[in-house]
Design a protein around this ligand. Structure first.
Ligand code: PEP
Length: 249
């Protein structure tokens, strides 16, 4: 039985004060939730506020990115050790916005995933096809390429510690959600890749989240799919009531 992960990606939103205000409303709304692991990924500078506000609970905090080296002359970067030192337990890697605007590739995704694991962080590694790729019937091949060119090069021990997020790019921030069946189909493709590379037991254990316009009114249908092991939520995770409704699906 795979325990769901419900993760919020706050992108470039909220100050430290707004972060604390979110948790004041969010914590009572999810009190005693044991059904899912809950992760919030604020901008780097607000991780301490999020850690302080959630420290008495099982809610965990993550970064939205990291660099693949631990230190050096890399202006503007943040390392896995730095994230772990301020209380982050998770990190999102290879989000499509990072791939699109910051030129991340499957190769950098692999390096970042290895760096995150070396720092003891739990990586949530994002993959997903663009609209033109889906329309061209290339979804499966895109997912296979992202897998084999990136996380498929991890060792079995490393792979066992990651979570995959399937995020069709056309569904992110657009209000267009993949149907539960479409998402489950893509998850099956990814799980088959895991089985082929790491064996059936690893595939059965691997948690694959869906991300792309998940909202309180569509989360139940998505989570009803056996293939879907949680959600990576952008816009709807910014509001405490809305993210609590998703977590409490
Ligand atoms: C995301 O940022 O990973 C995401 C899925 O965003 P949204 O839920 O807003 O589509």
């Amino acid at each position: 039985m795979r325990k769901p992960v419900m993760a919020g990606n706050w992108k470039l939103y909220k100050t430290a004060a707004e972060t604390s205000a979110f948790f004041e409303k969010f914590m009572p709304a999810i009190a005693d939730r044991k059904r899912a692991e809950i992760v919030i990924c604020p901008p780097f500078v607000n991780i301490p506020a999020a850690v302080a506000a959630s420290s008495a609970s099982s809610v965990e905090v993550g970064g939205q990115d990291l660099f693949w080296l631990q230190e050096g002359a890399y202006t503007g970067e943040v390392s896995g050790n730095m994230l772990a030192a301020i209380g982050a337990r998770w990190v999102i890697i290879g989000h499509s916005e990072r791939r699109q605007y910051f030129h991340e590739t499957d190769e950098t995704v692999l390096k970042k995933t290895q760096a995150a694991l070396a720092s003891g962080l739990n990586p949530i590694v994002c993959v997903g096809e663009r609209l033109e790729e889906r329309e061209a019937g290339a979804t499966e091949s895109v997912l296979r390429t992202q897998f084999t060119g990136g996380i498929g090069a991890l060792t079995p021990e490393q792979f066992a510690k990651i979570v995959i997020a399937y995020e069709p790019v056309w569904a992110i921030g657009t209000g267009k959600t993949a149907t539960p069946e479409m998402a489950a189909d893509a998850h099956r493709v990814l799980r088959a890749e895991v089985a082929q590379r790491y064996g059936q037991a690893a595939a059965d254990a691997c948690r694959i989240l869906y991300g792309g316009s998940v909202k309180p009114d569509n989360v139940k249908g998505l989570m009803a799919q056996e293939e879907i092991d949680g959600a990576l939520v952008g816009g709807a995770s910014l509001d405490p009531a809305s993210f609590a409704a998703i977590v409490n699906f």
